[in-house]
Design a protein around this ligand. Structure first.
Ligand SMILES: Cc1ncc(COP(=O)(O)O)c(C=O)c1O
Length: 405
């Protein structure tokens, strides 16, 4: 992977130039091949779908190819994939679609570790008598432990919502273990994979998720989101599109339809990952996609190790979350606080040196409040992805050392 980095970086036009963007959990750079697909769709088949003329048929095929690409990024499970403008929008849509099947006294569990996108839309269902419970984060390792969920489950639990990975502290949670617990009481599991999907391959069905959503603009694509739904969960969701579209498959959960050119552009994302894997050495029985994700995880772990080692050696710095770079435990989204300094003070000083990081709660408000970090203006977050180089981490470290060392 290290040897391929120049080739990899050349695929992302936004990486040209000197500014060092370490805010990838906010949004990654987009592949040049995705930009080309979008432009080509607009140039060659920007017509209305569903007509009999040739160009309309081509346009449908191009969008279907994009939809298949998004399904493949979610693991090609047996259920449908729905698409929306963002994860936030998709979750609002799904909450609206679930609402008619909920009765007063039914229960929904949301977590303290989650971005508000996977909390607020569900919590609003309290307005129709649903009981909303909060799954507390385990304070030592900042993990969502199954033991913390167990007392919240009951025969009335309809849905448990959790994040696969924290967008603030980068911890990976054990979705498969939670899925078994949730299913044992007859409830559904909805997973926010937004902070996970840029770093690891996803197989939503194999994890046992009934819903799994991610934001495509953080996985090298355009500003869209996609969600996998298990067949059983999908069947429970009401039509939120025009009344005559109740039998229109996934379209019944996509009011207004999808943005054609952006979805068509997504066809290039799995192609990129497969090409990356094909160029890497590895056992023949492991397919190119899995090889790519394995190499990405190993490279990201090395980047994390470099930064975490530096931060551990700074007496004024406290890493918030896991201090170990292990790829099974975390992704390279690393947050910290500095004693005697508000988190808002640091990013402008790094920006003056051409380095882009951010501070704040990143909309994981309950987490930042639970950690008592509101008065500190939250955390400073450095978020890396596979196209980052070790020398970029070194550049960040050199800029940080005189400020926090
Ligand atoms: C973990 C997580 N979930 C959800 C969201 C919301 O995604 P979107 O901007 O697509 O609504 C974000 C955005 O940063 C996020 O990090």
């Amino acid at each position: 992977m290290q040897r391929s980095l120049d080739r990899i970086r050349a695929r992302f036009p936004g990486l040209a130039g000197d500014e060092l963007l370490l805010d990838n959990a906010g949004g990654s750079q987009i592949l040049g091949s995705v930009i080309d697909e979008i432009a080509d769709y607009l140039r060659s088949c920007n017509v209305q779908h569903g007509a009999s003329y040739a160009r309309s048929r081509v346009a449908v095929e191009r969008v279907l190819a994009g939809e298949r690409a998004l399904a493949s990024l979610l693991g090609d499970g047996p259920g449908p994939v729905i698409i929306g403008s963002s994860t936030t929008q998709l979750v609002f849509n799904l909450a609206a679609a679930l609402a008619p099947s909920l009765r007063p006294g039914d229960e929904i569990v949301v977590s303290e570790a989650d971005h508000e996108a996977n909390v607020g839309a569900w919590a609003r269902l309290a307005g129709q008598g649903v009981v909303v419970r909060s799954w507390p984060i385990e304070r030592e390792r900042l993990r969502l432990e199954p033991a913390g969920l167990a007392p919240l489950l009951s025969a009335r639990t309809r849905l448990v919502c959790m994040t696969h990975c924290s967008n603030v502290v980068g911890t990976i949670h054990d979705v498969a273990a939670v899925a078994d617990m949730v299913h044992s009481v007859g409830a559904r599991l909805f997973v926010d994979g937004v902070a996970y999907a840029p770093h690891r391959g996803v197989d939503a069905a194999a994890l046992g998720a009934d819903g799994y959503v991610f934001s495509v603009y953080k996985v090298y694509g355009p500003h869209l989101a996609a969600a996998y739904l298990s067949p059983g969960f999908f069947a429970e969701l009401a039509n939120i599109n025009h009344h005559f579209l109740a039998d229109a498959g996934a379209y019944r959960l996509e009011p207004g339809g999808v943005c054609y050119e952006l979805v068509a552009g997504c066809a290039a994302i799995p192609r990129y990952l497969d090409e990356l894997g094909e160029a890497l050495d590895g056992p023949a029985e492991v397919g190119p996609r899995a090889r790519a994700w394995a190499a990405i995880a190993a490279h990201e772990e090395a980047l994390s190790a470099r930064l975490l080692e530096f931060l551990a050696a700074c007496p004024r710095v406290r890493v918030v979350g896991e201090t170990c770079p292990d790829r099974q435990v975390r992704v390279p989204t690393i947050s910290f606080v500095v004693a005697g300094m508000r988190s808002s003070e640091l990013p402008p000083r790094l920006a003056a040196q051409g380095i882009g990081v951010r501070f704040g709660d990143f909309y994981a408000r309950a987490l930042i409040d639970r950690l008592g970090l509101r008065a500190q203006d939250g955390v400073v977050r450095v978020s890396l992805v596979h196209y980052n180089r070790a020398d970029e981490v070194d550049r960040l470290i050199a800029a940080l050392a005189p400020i926090v060392g």
